[in-house]
Design a protein around this ligand. Structure first.
Ligand SMILES: Nc1nc2c(ncn2[C@@H]2O[C@H](COP(=O)(O)OP(=O)(O)OP(=O)(O)O)[C@@H](O)[C@H]2O)c(=O)[nH]1
Ligand SMILES: [Mg+2]
Length: 255
C-alpha cells in the first residue's frame, strides 16, 4: 500500500471537512467549534438530511456566523453514503483539493485531523484506524468492537484489501483520488459505503495509508446503526469477494 514515498505527490489543496448529520442537534455546535480550532484553515460542510430535531437550522446559524461553514440541506434521510456522495460532489465543484469524512457525534476527534492531513501529503487516501498499533477505542461496548473488528477482518480476507480498519469513517481523500473511484456507480450505505470506497481505492492502485486514531463512543444523541446496515455490508462484501475471485479465475478485469 504505502509505496515508501517513492512517488511524488502534488501539494494539498484547500480542505473541506464534510460532516453528515441526522439528528445531531446536541453535537453539531461542539463538533464544528472543535474542527475550527483544530484546523482553522479548513472549511466545513454540514450535510444534513432534514433532521427532525432541527440540526439543519442550528447548522444554518453556525454558517451565518462563520464564512468557513457551509450547509448542504438534503430533502430527507437517505443514508450516510448518499450524504457523503452529495458532499464530495459539492466540494469538488467548489474546487477543494482535500475532502475529509468525519462523524458529528465526537467519535472522530477533530484534534487528530492535522495528523490525517499530514499523512495525506504522501498518500492518495488516509484512513483513521482503530485496529492498528496506536489505535484505540474509548467506551465502546464489547459487542460493537467485536462487530467492527469482525467486519474489517472479513472484508480484508474476502476482498484482499490490505487495510486493518476497513469500515472506519474518519478519512481524508485527495480530490483526484475521489475522481478515480467511479463514485457514480457507488450505491452502498453505512459501513458498506466505507468498505466500498476503500476497496475501490486499492483496486485503482492508489496509495492508502492508515494512521492510528482514538475512537470515542458518542456521549449524546442516538446511533443510526441498524441491522439493515450490517446485513447490507455482509451481503455486499460477500458478493464482491465472490465476483473478484470469479474474475481472477476467468482472467477478467474487475468491473
Ligand atoms: N446526512 C445523514 N447523516 C447520517 C445518516 N445516518 C447517519 N448519519 C450521520 O453519520 C454519522 C455516523 O452515524 P452514527 O449514528 O454515529 O453511526 P455509527 O458511528 O456507525 O454508530 P455509533 O457508533 O453508534 O455512533 C453521524 O454524524 C450521523 O449523524 C443519514 O442518513 N444522513
Ligand atoms: Mg457514531
Amino acid at each position: 500500500m504505502n509505496d515508501g514515498g517513492q512517488r511524488r505527490y502534488g501539494p494539498l489543496g484547500k480542505a473541506l471537512v464534510i460532516i453528515p448529520t441526522y439528528n445531531e442537534a446536541e453535537n453539531i455546535r461542539p463538533i464544528v467549534s472543535r474542527v475550527r480550532a483544530a484546523v482553522p484553515e479548513a472549511d466545513i460542510l454540514i450535510a444534513d438530511d432534514n433532521s427532525p430535531d432541527g440540526t439543519g437550522k442550528l447548522a444554518d446559524e453556525l454558517a451565518a456566523g462563520d464564512g468557513q461553514v457551509q450547509v448542504l440541506h438534503r430533502k430527507g434521510k437517505e443514508g450516510l453514503g448518499a450524504a457523503y456522495l452529495a458532499g464530495f460532489r459539492w466540494g469538488m465543484e467548489h474546487g477543494y483539493g482535500v475532502l475529509v469524512e468525519m462523524d458529528a457525534d465526537g467519535s472522530h476527534q477533530p484534534e487528530e485531523l492535522p495528523r490525517l492531513l499530514t499523512a495525506l501529503k504522501s498518500a492518495d487516501l488516509v484512513l483513521g484506524s482503530r485496529w492498528m498499533p496506536g489505535g484505540r477505542i474509548v467506551n465502546w461496548p464489547k459487542n460493537r468492537e467485536f462487530l467492527s473488528r469482525g467486519a474489517s477482518t472479513y472484508s480484508r480476507l474476502l476482498l484482499g484489501v490490505p487495510i486493518r480498519d476497513v469500515t472506519g469513517g474518519f478519512r481524508a481523500f485527495r480530490a483526484e483520488t475521489l475522481e478515480g473511484l467511479g463514485l457514480a456507480a457507488v450505491s452502498s450505505q453505512g459501513y458498506c459505503f466505507q468498505i466500498d470506497l476503500a476497496r475501490r481505492a486499492v483496486e485503482a492502485g492508489f496509495t492508502v495509508v492508515e494512521v492510528p486514531i482514538t475512537f470515542v463512543e458518542r456521549e449524546v444523541g442516538d446511533s443510526k446503526m441498524s441491522k439493515d446496515i450490517v446485513v447490507e455490508a455482509l451481503w455486499k462484501v460477500t458478493a464482491w469477494g465472490v465476483e473478484s475471485r470469479a474474475n481472477r479465475f476467468l482472467g477478467r478485469k474487475p468491473s
